[in-house]
Design a protein around this ligand. Structure first.
Ligand SMILES: *Cc1c(COP(=O)(O)O)cnc(C)c1O
Length: 235
C-alpha cells in the first residue's frame, strides 16, 4: 500500500510533467525541490527512500538541525532569507543558496566560501511584484547587481529565484512569472556577463503549474508533498 507521502509525490510529479509538456518541454528538465521546513525527520527520510534528493529549508537553525540527523547526502537548498551572520554555519553543507537578495550577502558568502575553498552556487532573488514585504532585487537593478556579484571569485551565479504573491488571480501570477522569465532570458543573452543562467526557480504548491507553463525549471514544493488527505500538514 502506498503511503500518503508517496501518493502526494506521485500526484505532484504527474502535475509537473503535464505542465512541462504543455510548455513544450521534457518533464526531466524540471527540478523538484521538496521543501521540508516544519516537517518531521521521519517523513523526510521516507521522501529520500522514494528517491527525492533535493531538499529545501528556509531557516538556518532548522537546516543545521536536520543536517545533523539526516546528513549531507541529499542536496540541501537554502531558500529563505539568510542573515549574514549565519552564512558561515551553512556554507559547508548547502549545494545552492537560492535567496541571495543583496550584494553584501553575496560578499559574505564569497568570503566564507573562500575560507573553505568552496565555490558556492547561488541564485539571485528578484522581487518581481514589488511588494514592500518581499525580499529580492528590483527588476531594474538585477543586471548591474548580477554583474557585480558575478565578479566575486567564490560565488557562482546559476540563475534567478522568485516568490510570487499569494493571490488567486492566475493571469496576474502568470504575468509575474513571465516577467522573470524575460529577465532570465535577457541575462542569459547578455554578452560579456560571466554568469550561467541555468536555473529559474519559481513555483510553489499554489502556483507551480502556472510557473512551469511560463518557463520555470525548478519548483519548490512543500505542502502538496506533505499534506494529509484532510488538507492538514503532518504536525
Ligand atoms: C515554504 C516555501 C516554499 C514551499 O511552499 P509550499 O506552499 O508549502 O509549497 C517554497 N519556497 C519558499 C521560499 C518557501 O519558504
Amino acid at each position: 500500500l502506498k503511503t500518503q507521502i508517496e501518493k502526494n509525490l506521485d500526484s505532484v510529479k504527474k502535475r509537473i510533467a503535464e505542465a512541462a509538456v504543455r510548455s513544450g518541454r521534457d518533464p526531466k528538465d524540471i527540478t523538484l525541490i521538496a521543501v521540508t521546513k516544519n516537517q518531521p525527520v521521519n517523513d523526510i527520510k521516507k521522501l529520500l527512500e522514494l528517491g527525492e534528493n533535493n531538499l529545501g529549508e528556509n531557516r538556518s537553525k532548522e537546516l543545521l538541525e536536520k543536517i545533523e540527523v539526516i546528513g549531507t547526502k541529499p542536496n540541501w537548498h537554502f531558500i529563505g532569507h539568510l542573515q549574514r551572520n549565519k552564512v558561515r554555519y551553512i556554507i559547508p553543507f548547502v549545494c545552492l543558496i537560492q535567496s541571495v537578495d543583496s550584494v553584501s550577502l553575496a560578499t559574505e558568502i564569497d568570503r566564507r566560501a573562500r575560507e573553505i575553498n568552496k565555490v558556492q552556487d547561488v541564485l539571485l532573488e528578484v522581487n518581481v511584484s514589488g511588494e514592500p514585504t518581499k525580499a529580492g532585487f528590483h527588476p531594474d537593478e538585477i543586471e548591474s547587481k548580477a554583474e557585480e556579484i558575478a565578479s566575486l571569485k567564490n560565488v557562482c551565479v546559476k540563475g534567478l529565484m522568485m516568490m510570487a504573491p499569494f493571490i488567486e488571480e492566475t493571469e496576474l501570477l502568470r504575468k509575474y512569472f513571465a516577467r522573470l522569465k524575460k529577465i532570465f532570458d535577457n541575462l542569459a543573452d547578455k554578452q560579456g556577463l560571466q554568469i550561467e543562467m541555468k536555473y529559474l526557480s519559481m513555483g510553489m504548491t499554489n502556483d507551480f503549474e502556472v510557473a512551469i507553463e511560463e518557463g520555470s525549471n525548478m519548483v519548490r514544493i512543500g505542502t502538496a508533498i506533505f499534506k494529509t488527505p484532510g488538507g492538514d500538514i503532518y504536525a
